[in-house]
Design a protein. Sequence first.
Length: 239
Amino acid sequence: MAQLLAESERSPSLQYRDYWWYRARSEMLRTVIEPVIGAPKRILDVGSADGPSVDWMCELGRRTAVDLDLGALRPGDVQASALDLPFGDGSFDAVTAFDVIEHCAPESRAVGELGRVLRPGGRMFLTVPAYQWAWSDFDRQQGHHRRYTRGRLCAALAPHGLVVERATYLFAGTLPLFAAERVSRRWRHLDPEDVTRPPQVSRLQERILMRLCRLDQRVLRDRDLPFGSSVLAIATKPA
Protein backbone atom coordinates (compact mmCIF):
# COMPACT_ATOMS: atom_id res chain seq x y z
CA MET A 1 0.00 0.00 0.00
CA ALA A 2 2.94 2.34 0.71
CA GLN A 3 2.75 5.27 -1.64
CA LEU A 4 3.44 8.94 -2.06
CA LEU A 5 0.62 10.64 -3.88
CA ALA A 6 1.18 12.86 -6.91
CA GLU A 7 1.30 16.56 -6.02
CA SER A 8 -2.03 17.22 -7.75
CA GLU A 9 -3.68 14.50 -5.57
CA ARG A 10 -2.33 15.66 -2.24
CA SER A 11 -4.13 17.85 0.25
CA PRO A 12 -3.26 21.52 -0.40
CA SER A 13 -2.78 21.89 3.37
CA LEU A 14 0.56 20.08 3.06
CA GLN A 15 1.93 22.75 0.72
CA TYR A 16 0.10 25.79 2.04
CA ARG A 17 0.10 25.25 5.81
CA ASP A 18 0.02 28.98 6.58
CA TYR A 19 -2.78 29.79 4.14
CA TRP A 20 -5.47 31.91 5.77
CA TRP A 21 -8.24 29.33 5.28
CA TYR A 22 -6.42 26.63 7.25
CA ARG A 23 -5.57 29.02 10.06
CA ALA A 24 -9.15 30.28 10.23
CA ARG A 25 -10.57 26.77 10.22
CA SER A 26 -8.22 25.72 13.02
CA GLU A 27 -9.51 28.57 15.17
CA MET A 28 -13.16 27.79 14.41
CA LEU A 29 -12.72 24.07 15.08
CA ARG A 30 -11.02 24.76 18.38
CA THR A 31 -13.79 27.16 19.40
CA VAL A 32 -16.49 24.53 18.77
CA ILE A 33 -14.70 21.32 19.72
CA GLU A 34 -12.56 22.13 22.75
CA PRO A 35 -15.48 22.85 25.13
CA VAL A 36 -17.09 19.43 24.47
CA ILE A 37 -14.30 16.98 23.69
CA GLY A 38 -13.37 16.53 27.34
CA ALA A 39 -10.12 14.70 28.14
CA PRO A 40 -9.89 11.79 25.71
CA LYS A 41 -7.03 9.36 26.33
CA ARG A 42 -6.89 8.26 22.70
CA ILE A 43 -7.81 10.35 19.63
CA LEU A 44 -7.91 9.00 16.09
CA ASP A 45 -7.38 11.65 13.40
CA VAL A 46 -8.39 10.15 10.06
CA GLY A 47 -7.07 12.04 7.06
CA SER A 48 -4.01 13.49 8.78
CA ALA A 49 -3.04 15.50 5.71
CA ASP A 50 -5.02 18.24 7.44
CA GLY A 51 -3.07 17.69 10.66
CA PRO A 52 -1.29 21.06 10.45
CA SER A 53 -4.62 22.78 10.99
CA VAL A 54 -5.56 20.74 14.09
CA ASP A 55 -2.23 20.23 15.82
CA TRP A 56 -3.75 21.70 18.98
CA MET A 57 -5.51 18.36 19.48
CA CYS A 58 -2.17 16.83 20.48
CA GLU A 59 -2.52 18.81 23.71
CA LEU A 60 -5.70 16.92 24.62
CA GLY A 61 -4.63 13.27 24.45
CA ARG A 62 -2.63 10.67 22.58
CA ARG A 63 -3.35 11.36 18.91
CA THR A 64 -2.94 8.66 16.26
CA ALA A 65 -3.11 9.96 12.69
CA VAL A 66 -4.15 7.93 9.66
CA ASP A 67 -3.74 8.80 5.99
CA LEU A 68 -3.19 7.05 2.66
CA ASP A 69 -0.40 9.47 1.75
CA LEU A 70 2.92 8.62 3.39
CA GLY A 71 3.98 12.23 2.96
CA ALA A 72 1.27 13.30 5.42
CA LEU A 73 2.40 10.96 8.19
CA ARG A 74 4.72 11.43 11.13
CA PRO A 75 6.55 8.78 13.22
CA GLY A 76 3.97 6.67 15.03
CA ASP A 77 1.19 7.41 12.54
CA VAL A 78 -0.49 4.72 10.43
CA GLN A 79 -0.94 4.44 6.68
CA ALA A 80 -4.45 3.15 6.05
CA SER A 81 -7.73 3.84 4.32
CA ALA A 82 -10.79 5.26 6.05
CA LEU A 83 -12.66 2.38 4.42
CA ASP A 84 -10.63 -0.23 6.32
CA LEU A 85 -9.21 1.09 9.59
CA PRO A 86 -6.69 -1.31 11.20
CA PHE A 87 -7.97 -0.88 14.76
CA GLY A 88 -10.23 -2.88 17.02
CA ASP A 89 -13.81 -1.97 17.83
CA GLY A 90 -14.13 0.86 20.34
CA SER A 91 -10.40 1.65 20.38
CA PHE A 92 -10.68 5.46 20.61
CA ASP A 93 -12.36 7.97 22.90
CA ALA A 94 -12.66 10.52 20.08
CA VAL A 95 -12.50 10.21 16.30
CA THR A 96 -11.96 13.12 13.92
CA ALA A 97 -12.25 13.17 10.13
CA PHE A 98 -11.82 16.68 8.75
CA ASP A 99 -12.68 16.86 5.04
CA VAL A 100 -12.39 13.10 4.59
CA ILE A 101 -15.66 11.32 3.86
CA GLU A 102 -16.33 13.32 0.68
CA HIS A 103 -13.34 11.38 -0.72
CA CYS A 104 -14.84 8.00 0.21
CA ALA A 105 -17.01 5.62 -1.75
CA PRO A 106 -19.09 4.05 -0.49
CA GLU A 107 -19.77 6.77 2.05
CA SER A 108 -21.58 4.36 4.39
CA ARG A 109 -18.49 2.14 4.64
CA ALA A 110 -16.33 5.07 5.74
CA VAL A 111 -18.83 6.37 8.30
CA GLY A 112 -19.34 2.82 9.56
CA GLU A 113 -15.60 2.36 10.09
CA LEU A 114 -15.29 5.68 11.93
CA GLY A 115 -18.15 4.64 14.19
CA ARG A 116 -16.80 1.12 14.70
CA VAL A 117 -13.47 2.24 16.19
CA LEU A 118 -15.16 4.84 18.43
CA ARG A 119 -15.90 3.59 21.95
CA PRO A 120 -19.49 3.73 23.24
CA GLY A 121 -20.01 7.17 24.72
CA GLY A 122 -17.23 8.65 22.60
CA ARG A 123 -17.55 11.59 20.23
CA MET A 124 -16.97 11.93 16.51
CA PHE A 125 -16.05 15.23 14.84
CA LEU A 126 -16.48 15.62 11.08
CA THR A 127 -16.15 18.40 8.53
CA VAL A 128 -17.13 18.26 4.87
CA PRO A 129 -17.34 20.78 2.00
CA ALA A 130 -20.75 22.38 1.57
CA TYR A 131 -23.25 22.64 -1.30
CA GLN A 132 -23.35 20.58 -4.45
CA TRP A 133 -23.90 23.78 -6.46
CA ALA A 134 -20.31 24.68 -5.57
CA TRP A 135 -18.93 21.58 -7.32
CA SER A 136 -15.94 22.52 -9.48
CA ASP A 137 -12.76 21.28 -11.10
CA PHE A 138 -11.14 21.47 -7.64
CA ASP A 139 -13.49 18.75 -6.38
CA ARG A 140 -12.76 16.52 -9.35
CA GLN A 141 -9.00 16.99 -9.06
CA GLN A 142 -9.07 16.26 -5.32
CA GLY A 143 -11.06 13.06 -5.74
CA HIS A 144 -14.28 14.25 -4.14
CA HIS A 145 -17.45 12.23 -4.68
CA ARG A 146 -19.94 14.71 -3.27
CA ARG A 147 -20.52 17.94 -1.34
CA TYR A 148 -22.95 18.30 1.55
CA THR A 149 -25.63 20.28 3.29
CA ARG A 150 -26.04 20.12 7.06
CA GLY A 151 -29.02 17.82 6.63
CA ARG A 152 -27.17 15.58 4.18
CA LEU A 153 -24.31 15.07 6.64
CA CYS A 154 -26.66 14.29 9.52
CA ALA A 155 -28.48 11.79 7.31
CA ALA A 156 -25.17 10.02 6.59
CA LEU A 157 -24.54 9.53 10.32
CA ALA A 158 -28.00 8.37 11.41
CA PRO A 159 -27.97 4.81 9.92
CA HIS A 160 -24.89 4.00 12.01
CA GLY A 161 -26.55 4.84 15.31
CA LEU A 162 -24.58 8.05 15.76
CA VAL A 163 -26.50 10.76 17.59
CA VAL A 164 -25.80 14.26 16.26
CA GLU A 165 -25.25 16.72 19.11
CA ARG A 166 -24.43 19.71 16.94
CA ALA A 167 -24.27 20.46 13.24
CA THR A 168 -23.28 23.88 11.94
CA TYR A 169 -21.92 25.55 8.87
CA LEU A 170 -18.51 27.25 8.94
CA PHE A 171 -17.19 30.20 6.90
CA ALA A 172 -20.47 32.11 6.69
CA GLY A 173 -18.80 35.51 6.43
CA THR A 174 -16.69 34.53 3.44
CA LEU A 175 -19.42 32.59 1.61
CA PRO A 176 -20.15 35.34 -0.98
CA LEU A 177 -16.46 35.44 -1.94
CA PHE A 178 -16.33 31.65 -2.06
CA ALA A 179 -19.38 31.52 -4.32
CA ALA A 180 -17.89 34.13 -6.67
CA GLU A 181 -14.62 32.17 -6.87
CA ARG A 182 -16.46 28.95 -7.69
CA VAL A 183 -18.52 30.60 -10.39
CA SER A 184 -15.40 32.12 -11.94
CA ARG A 185 -13.78 28.69 -12.16
CA ARG A 186 -16.44 27.61 -14.63
CA TRP A 187 -15.29 30.29 -17.06
CA ARG A 188 -11.59 29.59 -16.78
CA HIS A 189 -9.48 26.72 -18.06
CA LEU A 190 -6.88 25.87 -15.44
CA ASP A 191 -4.07 23.34 -15.57
CA PRO A 192 -4.04 20.73 -12.75
CA GLU A 193 -1.52 22.66 -10.65
CA ASP A 194 -3.64 25.82 -10.76
CA VAL A 195 -6.80 23.85 -9.96
CA THR A 196 -5.48 22.68 -6.58
CA ARG A 197 -3.60 25.88 -5.68
CA PRO A 198 -5.60 28.01 -3.21
CA PRO A 199 -6.69 31.40 -4.60
CA GLN A 200 -3.97 33.93 -3.95
CA VAL A 201 -4.88 36.97 -1.87
CA SER A 202 -3.06 40.13 -0.89
CA ARG A 203 -2.11 40.87 2.71
CA LEU A 204 -4.98 43.33 2.95
CA GLN A 205 -7.44 40.77 1.59
CA GLU A 206 -6.11 38.18 4.02
CA ARG A 207 -6.65 40.50 6.97
CA ILE A 208 -10.22 41.16 5.86
CA LEU A 209 -10.91 37.45 5.39
CA MET A 210 -9.50 36.57 8.80
CA ARG A 211 -11.62 39.29 10.44
CA LEU A 212 -14.74 37.89 8.81
CA CYS A 213 -13.81 34.43 10.05
CA ARG A 214 -13.27 35.70 13.58
CA LEU A 215 -16.78 37.13 13.52
CA ASP A 216 -17.97 33.63 12.64
CA GLN A 217 -15.87 32.29 15.49
CA ARG A 218 -17.59 34.60 17.98
CA VAL A 219 -21.02 33.41 16.83
CA LEU A 220 -19.96 29.76 17.00
CA ARG A 221 -19.22 30.02 20.71
CA ASP A 222 -22.96 30.22 21.40
CA ARG A 223 -24.91 29.19 18.33
CA ASP A 224 -24.78 27.62 14.88
CA LEU A 225 -24.19 29.39 11.60
CA PRO A 226 -27.10 28.98 9.14
CA PHE A 227 -24.91 28.82 6.02
CA GLY A 228 -21.26 28.59 5.00
CA SER A 229 -18.83 26.80 2.70
CA SER A 230 -18.10 23.94 5.15
CA VAL A 231 -20.21 21.80 7.49
CA LEU A 232 -19.16 20.57 10.94
CA ALA A 233 -20.98 17.82 12.83
CA ILE A 234 -20.39 16.49 16.34
CA ALA A 235 -21.95 13.10 17.02
CA THR A 236 -21.96 10.66 19.94
CA LYS A 237 -21.91 6.88 19.86
CA PRO A 238 -24.54 5.72 22.40
CA ALA A 239 -23.15 3.88 25.42
